[in-house]
Write a protein that binds this ligand. Structure first.
Ligand code: AGP
Length: 364
């Protein structure tokens, strides 16, 4: 593909910087202010169908799976429907029980990932209802699904997904809001989420202005042989995605853990040579996250916090603009894309085409 680089040296950099516009596109034409909800006609799911859903199961691979984890949390929080995400490949090989009251959602940037497509086909064979949350219009998964929504991130060329991840998370927020408003989510909460969604593009731009500071931090972390990413509940899938991004593009080994699991093992690894990135949103778990940082500091570990306010326990903090608690994970992922990018750049990696990887895995 040869799209205009618009003055950027790599597609990854270009695509990171396209995110404010991309988020604007996924929101466009979908918000209904009168009823504090959203219109998602392509779902082919009327209010009665939506109310009949007893469970949501989200399937995807890699970054799309991580977006699905964030989506599952949003659906549980806003619609109070039990939801979880699972790698599509695991799902298809474990002979999963397919339940008619579960809404299945396949997530894919390319819409061509074989493991996801095969999972969708298996589900349909068993009579399940499957929606697609897909970027590429008319792709195999979009065609195979019973309905769904396009994420409108625009063409993503870099093998490593950035803007599509962010847009998929926003698409999930729209779906969660929609499902919530067919159930018990109040008009007031619907309105609160809509206001939060509308703030995202400007907050993304504000976030990207910190690129130079993040570049300086990345120059330090580029020396690490391994990094630990921790988060709790809303922050955990953010940590997992950040860890994947760093691995893919810089080849630095990284591992993500729920902050609460540190004491059950990974604390043994902490020493000055293993830096930790802590996702610390300003929500009801802030104190718990501070305690985890204290544990790491007590063992001379270095900490980079991604937070809504300066963190005393951390060596550095990247301060992210605050949104509604449920939407915070969307913005917290963005500085970590920049961290991965600048770490890879400092190490001279082939950023748009990391070794051993393909943009979409269309084979078994
Ligand atoms: C993303 O940075 C990865 N290269 C990879 O994990 C990707 O998300 C995965 O292969 C799924 O692709 P898809 O979204 O096109 O289905």
């Amino acid at each position: 593909a040869s799209y205009d680089m618009g003055g950027h040296d790599t597609y990854m950099h270009k695509e990171i910087h396209e995110q404010a516009e991309a988020v604007d596109r996924v929101l466009r034409g979908r918000i209904d202010d009168r009823f504090s909800t959203v219109h998602l006609g392509g779902l082919n799911l009327d209010a009665r169908d939506a109310r009949a859903v007893r469970r949501v199961k989200i399937l995807g691979c890699g970054t799309s799976y991580h977006a699905g984890q964030i989506g599952a949390q949003m659906i549980e929080e806003l619609a109070r429907i039990p939801a979880d995400a699972e790698p599509a490949s695991e799902f298809r090989y474990r002979n999963a029980v397919v339940d008619p009251d579960t809404l299945y959602i396949a997530v894919s940037q390319s819409g061509e990932t074989y493991d996801v497509l095969a999972a969708v086909q298996e589900l349909k064979r068993k009579g399940a209802r499957v929606l697609g949350i897909v970027n590429v219009v008319g792709s195999a998964i979009a065609r195979e699904a019973d309905g769904g929504m396009y994420v409108h991130a625009g063409p993503e060329v870099c093998v490593v997904s950035t803007k599509c991840f962010t847009n998929t998370c926003v698409a999930f927020a729209l779906l969660a809001l929609h499902l919530g408003r067919t159930r018990d989510l109040s008009v007031r909460d619907g309105k609160r989420i809509i206001e939060g969604l509308r703030k995202l593009p400007a907050q993304i731009s504000e976030m990207l202005e910190q690129e130079e500071d993040i570049r300086k931090l990345a120059a330090q972390y580029a020396e690490a042989r391994s990094m630990l990413f921790i988060g709790r509940v809303r922050g955990y899938p953010v940590a997992r995605e950040a860890s994947l991004k760093l691995k893919e593009v810089s080849y630095i080994h990284a591992e993500a853990y729920p902050a609460s699991e540190l004491k059950h093992g990974p604390l043994a690894l902490i020493e000055p040579a293993l830096p930790t990135v802590a996702i610390v949103p300003d929500d009801d778990l802030l104190e718990k996250n501070r305690a985890a940082m204290e544990e790491i500091k007590a063992r001379s570990g270095q900490i980079l916090a991604v937070a809504h306010q300066e963190q005393e326990k951390a060596d550095h903090t990247i301060v992210v603009p605050k949104n509604e608690d449920e939407l915070d994970p969307i913005l917290m992922g963005i500085p970590l894309q920049l961290l991965a990018y600048h770490t890879a750049l400092a190490l001279g990696r082939d950023i748009d085409k990391p070794r051993n990887l393909a943009k979409s895995v269309t084979v078994e």
